[in-house]
Design a protein around this ligand. Structure first.
Ligand SMILES: Cc1cc2nc3c(=O)[nH]c(=O)nc-3n(C[C@H](O)[C@H](O)[C@H](O)COP(=O)(O)OP(=O)(O)OC[C@H]3O[C@@H](n4cnc5c(N)ncnc54)[C@H](O)[C@@H]3O)c2cc1C
Length: 385
């Protein structure tokens, strides 16, 4: 009897944990499963930045704005400190092409009410005093981004969900689904079978594989992103800084090709988080390729050369899901009653509170404040395989 739930969540990253909290708050008897520990996937690998400037600028606007707004009350709602603080977002521009791309973005952001400024190189020192700007044309700057502590956000959600009855199953892989007449009845796991009429996949880079178990060829691919953290130093980096080259290349990375861009932030404890190199892969090995660390280092030392002597404490790699059109997969799976999906968000932290709320609304009322029409999974079915 213990193994019957109203809802089962597969994947205990940001998204799964937010959904767990909201479903338990709505009174649903809920279980969460992860093949590893809590936050075993990409959610343990990130900087916790609440990123706005890099948002997809058409169909994701409402989602990003609604998600961002929920952070204002999140610590009160959870009664949990998640380390929320405001930091700026800075995109240094290295050439004319990047300037033209970011000028266009700035106009588009302005149109939707997000104020950002193009700053000339000579004025950059006011915003980021230690940034060596000699090879830059300037930067796009948005002063109201944010940062949270990833572990506190995930821990806060799971602790509060547990108080409302969440059952957790870690190191338990979901390896099949119990289907009857195109309805989901439960999941098959390495610890046995569990029943529920609603199952939500929050499985990030692993989603394609799970789709195949139910005959859905979702075209979810992923990049392996690498980053590192240094020993702590006095506070020197004020913003989250990411190369504008990212917008020149787009998010498309050719399989096997390592691409390095600068992405740098400083944590409240003084550690400098430096990334990232990435390559599209067809494996989940989390080793850091030998070429990654020099590639990352070359990117950031161009702008912060005085940090050369800093010791690197740790480096890591994680798989981040992507479906190619910059939009997530969010909502019910067609022709399979009871199965839902919530994954592949371009910037996950900013929409984490909203996704939990949205899935809880859909499961309990059949509707949601957020219009999910553009995010339904059928759009990315790969017919070629
Ligand atoms: C270096 C780096 C820095 C980043 N910085 C930021 C940032 O500052 N801000 C930001 O918004 N994003 C950032 N990201 C991206 C962000 O980390 C991811 O988008 C996010 O963590 C995805 O969360 P998720 O819950 O969707 O997926 P995941 O955290 O990947 O969770 C999926 C979970 O599903 C589990 N799972 C999969 N299959 C099964 C199965 N069959 N059975 C049971 N469990 C299963 C996995 O073990 C995993 O724990 C960064 C990424 C990297 C690599």
């Amino acid at each position: 009897m213990d193994q019957v739930f109203d809802a089962i969540i597969v994947g205990a990253g940001y998204i799964g944990c937010s959904i767990a909290y909201h479903l338990c708050s709505a009174g649903l008897k809920t279980a969460i499963f992860d093949q590893g520990s809590l936050a075993a996937g990409a959610s343990a690998a990130n900087y916790g930045n609440i990123q706005i400037q890099d948002m997809e600028l058409t169909k994701s606007v409402a989602m990003t704005q609604m998600g961002r707004a929920l952070f204002a009350t999140l610590e009160d709602e959870l009664d949990w400190k998640i380390g929320l603080r405001q930091i700026g977002g800075l995109l240094p521009i290295e050439n004319e092409n990047q300037w033209a791309i970011l000028q266009k973005r700035q106009a588009a952001l302005q149109k939707i009410g997000i104020h950002s400024e193009l700053i000339s190189a000579e004025n950059l020192h006011e915003i980021e005093p230690y940034l060596k700007e000699s090879s830059l044309l300037g930067a796009l700057y948005h002063e109201q981004e944010g940062q949270i502590d990833p572990f506190q956000l995930i821990w806060g959600y799971t602790q509060r969900a547990k108080q409302k009855g969440l059952k957790e199953f870690y190191y338990t892989q979901v390896c099949g689904f119990d289907l009857q007449n195109n309805r989901i009845c439960g999941v098959k796991t390495t610890q046995g079978n569990f029943n529920a009429k609603k199952v939500i996949l929050c499985t990030g880079a692993y989603t394609r594989h799970l789709g195949q178990l139910i005959g859905r060829n979702w075209n979810v691919h992923y990049v392996l992103g690498q980053a590192m953290v240094t020993e702590p130093v006095d506070f020197i980096i004020h913003n989250h800084i990411a190369s504008a080259s990212f917008f020149e290349e787009g998010a498309q990375v050719k399989k096997g090709t390592l691409i390095a861009n600068m992405a740098i932030s400083q944590s409240v404890h003084g550690h400098i988080l430096v990334g990232e190199s990435m390559y599209e892969a067809d494996h989940f090995k989390t080793h850091v390729p030998a070429a990654s660390l020099p590639a990352i280092t070359n990117c950031w030392l161009r702008y912060f050369p005085f940090l050369k002597k800093l010791r690197v404490l740790r480096s890591w790699s994680a798989a981040v899901a992507d479906v190619g059109d910059g939009l997530p997969l969010l909502g019910p799976v067609a022709s399979l009653e009871g199965l839902y999906i919530a994954t592949a968000f371009r910037s996950t932290v900013i929409i984490t509170p909203l996704v939990g709320k949205t899935i809880a609304q859909i499961l309990t009322t059949g509707q949601s404040d957020l219009d999910i029409t553009s995010f339904l999974p059928e759009r990315i079915i790969d017919e070629t395989n």
